[in-house]
Design a protein around this ligand. Sequence first.
Ligand code: DAH
Length: 336
Amino acid sequence: MSFDEYKKRIKALKRLDELETIEHELFGRKNGALTLCFNNLHRLSPDKKRQEASTLNRVKHDLTTLLEEQRERIQGKSDGSLSATPFDVTLSAPAHDCGHLHLIPSFMTQVEEVFGRMGFDTAYGNEIETEEMNFDLLNFPPDHPARDAQDIFYVKIPNLKKDASKPVLRAHTSPVQLHYMQTHKPPFRMICPGRVYRRDADATHSPVFHQFEGLMIGENISLADMKGVMIAAVKELLSPEITFRFRTGYFPFVEPGLEMDIQWQGDVKDSREGTWLEIAGCGMVHPNVLKNAKIDPKKWQGFAFGFGVERLLMIRHRIPDIRLFYEGDLRFLKQF
Ligand code: DAH
């Protein structure tokens, strides 16, 4: 092949691998066409040699320049460099997905706002608590079944003092009531959103789930105040049309204790239509709990409540299975 033909081939190049093949054909150390010509120079007479060498050098220079130009053109195309690729500034930018908060933290923010407007402070507790805070100081009797290893996660912490209260993953946000009462002077109102842990796993229970606790302590607080606050909050968080009821319920840290139920309802009718679902426990803070937090129960009293966050969201959005919250499936996440 003549060097003119090589030039034509180089000018028609489209891809880098084609360019490298030609480069090899021309300049390969053993059999490159140009290399061979240079290698044959020694056979010529000195005059001819000089003439031929200068021709070959010119050809070599032309070919390498051409190859370099082509290389820049091809690479410029593939890396989108401005000099090589003109682009259309009128084209709209490619669409890209924009992330957002998961349903649970975004609901927690809403909870903080709704209660914030009613004067409630927001507190955050520890996820590792002691048995004492999770149970004893909340007035749980020593033999209460909730303390069973079937129900709660115990945490192994090395070098713990023998007589120290056993560390546990908190089973509810209620210990935050104690922390708050130990560090603040009444009157006060606070809520505490957070993660809690129990040994449960099925369509309506998860070993990690979320609650928010509420606590209001003052001089003349009654059950009516509690109902007023809870109803206002639930109407705002779920819907103004909800139907609710309060039933008596037992929790060692309140007396009297109640449970708040709401009625399952929505535009899609199913077998749950009209059934009552428990969404919160509540009541008047037990005098023993106040005493444990060094608050005088003769002067101060108040109410507390604890809501299950996933429960509320499952009702609000008709989510059939609690596991959907944690699986990270985009088909679920994108809906909220
Ligand atoms: N801690 C309870 C639970 O996890 C819920 C609860 C009930 C919280 C009554 C309260 C309360 O503050 O007064 O089941």
